[in-house]
Design a protein around this ligand. Structure first.
Ligand code: ADP
Ligand code: ADP
Length: 239
């Protein structure tokens, strides 16, 4: 069964703007899915409905066979633990070390006060090192986040999400502010986590060319509607 399923999903923002229009599709477990479309097409909206950062107006989304629409409290926290998210802007604590940034993704009952006090167990620290190994940045453990290149900062953000052992990673325009070389290091990292750890990855991209390099499947949005859904070989840049 699919890990994520959209059934007749509509999203209308409070001001009347249509975010998503009658979206139905399934995402198989382990897929590397790229969502393409022009600015304003609904890519970000689509991604953010999966972890309930945005609420849908009608329809149903299921994650691992459960409808997520009614989740509250603990169920919602568990959903968000299952789903790592990265953004165009990295959202790191710039003045903190890479290690502290990664540790801040740790999921625990006590994460809040321990994070504030800077208290982490040996196991936490080992897990952070392991996460940084997964993104090829373990040598930057004690470097300040703002001393890293953009591509490296995005990989730290990926390592931070690995602290929650995500089954799904949502990446919202993760390379939009990066040059081609660092774009490749970030996309390669996502691909590696997909292939080696079986994490289902959903990435929003502007570039169809880049999508074709990495995706198992590309879906296209236009004005909130799903306008194509094809394995990469059939998508042309003209689409
Ligand atoms: P994309 O990620 O493809 O650029 P978005 O999902 O951000 O597209 O936006 C889809 C549409 O929804 C756009 O018309 C956008 O202006 C609108 N939109 C996005 N967020 C909001 C919001 N919070 N309130 C109202 N409209 C929004
Ligand atoms: P990556 O591909 O890992 O993002 P880059 O190729 O962009 O790394 O950067 C190569 C080297 O240059 C890195 O070791 C990085 O530390 C350094 N570097 C790049 N940009 C910056 C920056 N803005 N501030 C500090 N160091 C940087």
């Amino acid at each position: 069964t699919p890990i994520i399923s959209f059934k007749g999903v509509n999203k209308v923002y409070n001001n009347g703007t249509v975010g998503l229009k009658d979206i139905s599709f399934d995402i198989p477990r382990g897929q590397f899915l790229v969502v393409v479309g022009l600015s304003g097409a609904g890519k970000s909206t689509l991604l953010r409905t999966i972890n309930r950062m945005h609420e849908i107006t009608s329809g149903e989304i299921t994650v691992e066979d459960e409808a997520i629409g009614d989740y509250k409290g603990k169920a919602l926290r568990l959903l968000r633990r299952k789903i790592g998210m990265i953004f165009q802007g990295f959202n790191l604590i710039n003045r903190s070390s890479v290690e502290k940034n990664v540790l801040s993704g740790r999921v625990s009952y006590y994460a809040t006060w321990k994070t504030i006090l800077g208290l982490f167990s040996k196991a936490d620290k080992e897990k952070a090192v392991h996460a940084l190994e997964r993104v090829n940045l373990v040598e930057k453990l004690y470097t300040r986040a703002d001393e890293l290149s953009g591509g490296q900062q995005q990989r730290v953000a990926i390592a931070r999400t690995l602290m929650q052992d995500p089954k799904i990673i949502l990446a919202d325009e993760p390379v939009a502010s990066l040059d081609p070389l660092t774009t490749k290091t970030v996309m390669d990292t996502l691909k590696r986590l997909n292939q080696e750890d079986g994490i289902t990855v959903i990435v929003n991209l502007h570039s169809v060319a880049l999508a074709r390099e990495y995706a198992d499947r590309i879906i296209g949005l236009r004005a909130g509607q799903l306008v194509y859904d094809q394995p990469i070989a059939k998508v042309t840049v003209d689409d």
